[in-house]
Design a protein around this ligand. Structure first.
Ligand code: FES
Ligand code: FES
Length: 195
């Protein structure tokens, strides 16, 4: 740990925000180590947006219904509005900002949504992209019903879902030709389980 980091940690120890004690949360975010100091009741979605300044994760309903806030936590899709930031301490998370390939190219899912016009206003899109990224890892070649099921927990107020459905199928096609390199980065960052 560099001296400024150490100094920062010493300064944060016992710190309070509006009278609430702050807790240190360490995360691997999109492949990079990040630390936040948050009140115990800070939602992970708020920590990502306000403390880590990654505003690509959107917040819609804030009670687990719309899916807009979906991120990958140790590779699994989760609703970040339903988790406390302190409960994610030590985890590796991928947000929409981390979906692109390391060279900046669109991931297969991003490319498919772009090609198939799977978005309009874009508010729901980060949640769809993370959901479908994880969904295609579990079901790489979904039929229509499986594709519908994959996105059934995400709400879009703009589209009729047809283009989103087409995007899922196109993303599966692109992934078969060009697997995303993000998965291997996540695997490297995910903490090992008990031996
Ligand atoms: S904001 Fe999290 S599910 Fe809607
Ligand atoms: S594209 Fe607007 S809410 Fe989905």
């Amino acid at each position: 740990m560099s001296p400024p980091d150490e100094l920062h940690r010493v300064e944060m120890r016992g710190a309070k925000l509006h009278g609430e004690e702050l807790h240190e949360v360490r995360l691997i975010v999109n492949g990079a180590a990040r630390t936040a100091h948050v009140p115990a009741r800070r939602l992970l979605s708020d920590c990502i947006r306000h403390d880590l300044r990654l505003t690509g994760t959107h917040v819609g309903c804030e009670h687990g219904v719309c899916g807009a806030c979906t991120i990958l936590l140790d590779g699994a899709p989760v609703r970040s509005c339903l988790l406390l930031a302190v409960s994610a301490d030590g985890a590796a998370i991928t947000t929409i900002e981390g979906l692109a390939e390391p060279d900046g190219a669109l991931s297969p899912v991003q490319q498919a949504f772009s090609e198939c016009h799977g978005l309009q206003c874009g508010f729901c899109t980060p949640g769809f992209l993370t959901t479908v990224t994880a969904g295609l890892r579990a079901v790489p070649d979904p039929d229509d019903e499986q594709a519908r099921e994959m996105i059934a927990g995400n709400l879009c107020r703009c589209t009729g879902y047809q283009n989103i459905l087409a995007s899922v199928h196109r993303a599966a096609e692109i992934t078969r030709d060009r697997p995303s390199r993000v998965a291997s980065r996540e695997a490297a960052a995910t903490p090992a389980g008990p031996a």
